[in-house]
Design a protein around this ligand. Structure first.
Ligand SMILES: Nc1ncnc2c1ncn2[C@@H]1O[C@H](COP(=O)(O)OP(=O)(O)O)[C@@H](O)[C@H]1O
Ligand SMILES: Cc1cn([C@H]2C[C@H](O)[C@@H](COP(=O)(O)OP(=O)(O)O)O2)c(=O)[nH]c1=O
Length: 213
């Protein structure tokens, strides 16, 4: 038997709603495929049948449907299924996995902005997903008003349970993301997302260049 293929790379995109994560995942996927790499694009919460079912529970319904504890555990459960069925198998076969949100969203939304302890979020992540961490995380930053306007245009004015939360909540989310980036500068790279999509994509590609084979 030959040696197993080298493990693939795990890249996550993070940031508030409407900053351009799904747009940038698509552009990064195209750029990496053009280099001949095996690329898997996915998102959280979701990415498997079970996790998409949990996504519907999390994003729909009344604003107070879940308390922060139940919410955090539902995200962790969705992630556990996604990691076990999609992310780890893809990395094991040598693919690059590009994921729209991951554990840093859990930390920013349920710890930073909803008051849970970061250690508890990480403990649930260890239990659920073996503590898997991305090789690189691109944190897209955009002024709240610009991001809200972009999301509003995209969603024709409809907001989910998170989008409907007030400005103070979204400011707390952004502050938590920035604090995480300051704590882990090698993994989490801050990307200015105000320019056109092609310019933002070029910035992202520069920040992952050292991981390319
Ligand atoms: N760099 C950009 N400049 C202007 N509009 C953008 C840019 N990137 C994405 N958009 C648009 O903004 C909206 C939100 O982008 P999206 O990629 O869905 O963000 P997210 O996944 O972070 O919520 C979409 O309608 C998208 O077409
Ligand atoms: C993955 C994850 C997402 N979320 C939130 C962030 C988003 O508001 C929502 C996912 O919605 P989604 O529509 O995928 O995000 P976006 O608008 O950025 O494209 O779930 C958490 O609160 N915790 C988590 O662990």
């Amino acid at each position: 038997m030959g040696a197993p293929p080298p493990r693939g790379k795990f890249i996550t995109l993070e940031g508030g709603e409407g900053v351009g994560k799904s747009t940038q995942i698509r552009l990064l996927g195209e750029a990496l495929r053009a280099r001949g790499l095996d690329v898997v694009e996915t998102r959280e919460p979701g990415g498997t049948e079970g996790a998409e079912a949990i996504r519907a529970l999390l994003l729909g319904g009344a604003a107070d449907r879940w308390n922060p504890q139940a919410e955090a555990l539902l995200f962790a459960a969705a992630r556990a299924d996604h990691v076990a069925r999609v992310i780890r198998p893809a990395l094991d076969r040598g693919a690059w996995v590009l994921c729209d949100r991951f554990i840093d969203s859990n930390r920013a939304y349920q710890a930073g902005a909803s008051g849970l302890a970061d250690d508890d979020i990480m403990a649930a992540h260890r239990i659920g997903s073996g503590g898997l961490m991305p090789d690189r995380t691109l944190l897209l930053t955009l002024p709240l008003d610009v991001a809200a306007e972009r999301a509003m245009q995209r969603d024709a004015g409809r907001a989910d349970r998170f989008g409907a939360r007030g400005r103070a909540f979204h400011e707390a989310v952004n502050a938590a993301f920035m604090a995480q980036a300051a704590q882990e500068p090698a993994r989490i790279r801050i990307i200015d997302a105000t320019d056109g999509a092609a310019i933002v994509s070029a910035r992202i590609q520069t920040e992952i260049e050292d991981l390319l084979p």
